[in-house]
Design a protein. Structure first.
Length: 71
């Protein structure tokens, strides 16, 4: 499973649902970090992330999380 960041688009009115609310009930999605409900880290398959991108394209970004290490 890969990690993705889901964030609210800035140009969408504040009345839209938070990123946390948008992904909480989605099948195949596990919320890993929801400290900020407007930007959450999830774990999901590529297929589940693609479905989220399609469904949320007008209100949220769904992008892969890149992790780098000096090790």
């Amino acid at each position: 499973m890969a990690r993705f960041l889901v964030t609210n688009r800035r140009n969408v009115p504040q009345s839209s649902i938070s990123a946390l609310d948008a992904v909480t009930a989605e099948p195949g999605v596990k919320v890993l970090n929801s400290t900020n409900p407007e930007m959450v880290t999830i774990e999901a398959s590529e297929e589940a992330a693609d479905q989220l991108r399609t469904r949320l394209k007008g209100s949220h970004y769904v992008e892969p999380e890149f992790r780098r290490s000096l090790d």
